[in-house]
Ligand binder design. Structure first.
Ligand code: TXA
Ligand code: MG
Length: 347
């Protein structure tokens, strides 16, 4: 891929930084790539209706062609343009959770190319709530295809610096809007089957979805490793994900059992990924990723923590497992992938 000169522009204030948003929107209209913040993680966007621009996203990320992209919109009219039909559940979910961290998979209209949808008959659509993302899409005047702005396989970026580390020289612009508040990618739900199927857990929880639309199925890939050959419902799940360079194991059990276990590991190259305040009580170097009782804080910190582990050269990381409930299910889902499904159950 030809090296690009990447501009890094501030975008924390819609009024003060308006000229940068206008220029970035112009670049999107002309087939360029712009990394921008959403409330979940940073995305790398292109005009979803421009197949060449979309193909550039795959090149910039090193993303496998068979993994479709989420299309981001800033108004509901765009949803009608991109989909063939909008079932009642989609209307209910959009009304309740948009703009916000929920992605709806629906039958695609012929405006969506095979490049965006990876040849599937469906399209994934989301209206983000981050004011910069909404304004950028509005100014561009086109739907924006945007995967997370990381190199494929690594942890998603939650700061502009993460985008710079991964995509400098590969995108035209990185808009710096500071850290993302949610920290994990959106919940993805497939509405083309009944009951709907949760494909990826996120900040919108299964309980919240069920309260609104009744029973949903949770795809087995949310908890388990799915065979490559199984053709999973969400193609993304079969690819390598969130993996730092270190070998990661997810350790279940209370803190006393974990501390005991880490005492046994202390002679080697063990590193801990633990909850806030536990670092000083352990015999190995540690990084923390949020409060034990607060999955939102874990979500916000997790991807930064995974990148910090690489930065300090951790080789062998043992993670305190989160409670896999509510938003914690999303935290668990990302961690168990980072660990390539290596789980240790103490007691
Ligand atoms: O929060 C997010 O969703 C972020 C921000 C930037 O919006 N985006 C994001 O995109 O996480 P990406 O490409 O990293 O993840 C998209 C996921 C993948 O697992 C992909 O397989 C799935 O959504 N997906 C996309 N289109 C799909 C479709 N038509 N059917 C099933 N799964 C789909
Ligand atoms: Mg991603």
């Amino acid at each position: 891929m030809q090296k690009k000169k990447t501009q890094i522009w501030p975008a924390t204030d819609l009024t003060r930084h308006r000229k940068y948003l206008v220029q970035a929107a112009h670049i999107l209209q002309n087939g360029g790539l712009v990394a921008f913040a959403t409330e979940t993680v940073y995305g790398v966007g292109a005009n979803a209706l421009d197949e060449n621009a979309v193909a550039d996203i795959f090149r910039a990320k090193g993303r496998p062609q068979d993994n479709p992209l989420i299309v981001h919109i800033s108004d509901l009219q765009a949803l009608s343009d991109l989909t063939r039909e909008i079932p009642l559940v989609a209307k209910q979910l959009a009304e309740q959770f948009w703009p916000g961290p929920l992605t709806l998979v629906l039958p695609r209209s012929d405006r969506i190319s095979d490049t965006v949808s990876a040849g599937l008959p469906t399209v994934a659509v989301r209206m983000p709530s981050h004011p910069v993302a909404l304004e950028l899409i509005r100014l561009a005047g086109v739907p924006i295809a945007a995967p997370s702005a990381n190199r494929s396989g690594g942890p998603s970026p939650t700061t502009a610096q993460h985008c710079i580390d991964d995509l400098q020289g590969r995108v035209d612009v990185i808009l710096d809007s500071g850290p993302c508040t949610v920290g994990l990618e959106s919940t993805v739900i497939n509405l083309t089957e009944t009951p709907p199927r949760l494909l990826r857990p996120g900040a919108v929880t299964p309980e919240q979805l069920q309260d609104l639309v009744g029973a949903i199925n949770v795809d087995e890939s949310v908890y388990k490793m799915v065979e490559m050959a199984n053709s999973p419902a969400s193609p993304g799940v079969k690819h390598k994900h969130y993996t730092p360079k270190a070998r990661v194991s997810l350790v279940h059990g209370d803190f006393a059992a974990y501390r005991q276990f880490m005492q046994e590991q202390a002679q080697g190259d063990a590193f801990g990924l633990v909850f806030d305040g536990e670092e000083e009580k352990l015999p190995v170097p540690c990084i923390s990723y949020g409060k034990e009782e607060d999955p939102l804080s874990q979500a916000e910190r997790l991807f930064s923590a995974l990148r910090e582990l690489d930065a300090v050269g951790a080789k062998n990381v043992y993670v305190r497992a989160p409670q896999a409930q509510g938003v914690g299910l999303a935290v668990y889902n990302r961690l168990v992938r980072a660990a390539a499904f290596t789980e240790i159950f103490l007691q």
